[in-house]
Design a protein around this ligand. Structure first.
Ligand code: CMP
Length: 139
């Protein structure tokens, strides 16, 4: 089925002017950008988005990184969008990511790993709603 997922192009990628390169890899994977905006997240916004990780040892580092520079938040649409996007991203740790994936090509480390993608349809809906109003999504 055609579904939607939520993506973030992270600060390590926007900083290196890779917004277009990453978006091209998503498009080449069969995903369509149906909403996109460049934002500089507030600390509160980042802490809320990553609340599920708040007890992890890397939480502080993760939030500091995500607010260090602008990010690009996107809604992606395509056949099985969550899986399609996760396949295009590759493993969280770039050292384990397959050849040709975004993280293999561009990520710097497990933290500075260039992209975020929702891990389920339910979380995709929650994450899309966290950053976008319905009228900002134009399919
Ligand atoms: P993301 O998909 O955005 O969701 C949680 C993030 O935590 C994950 O991507 C990683 O970038 C980050 N992360 C996971 N493990 C570590 C770690 N050991 N150190 C720093 N960041 C991490």
């Amino acid at each position: 089925a055609v579904t939607r997922t939520f993506s973030i192009i992270k600060p390590d990628a926007t900083r290196r002017n890779l917004t277009g390169a990453v978006t091209k890899m998503l498009e080449d994977a069969g995903l369509r950008v149906v909403a996109s905006k460049r934002i500089h997240m507030s600390r509160e916004q980042a802490e809320g988005f990553y609340a599920v990780h708040k007890d992890r040892p890397f939480f502080g580092e993760l939030v500091d990184f995500m607010i260090s520079e602008p990010v690009v938040v996107q809604v992606l649409e395509g056949e099985d969008a969550v899986k399609r996007n996760r396949d295009a991203m590759g493993a969280t740790n770039p050292a384990e990511a397959a050849d040709g994936t975004i993280r293999k090509e561009h990520a710097l480390s497990i933290g500075e790993n260039s992209v975020h993608g929702s891990d389920s349809d339910d979380n995709a809906k929650i994450e899309i709603d966290y950053f976008f109003q319905p009228e900002e999504i134009v399919g």
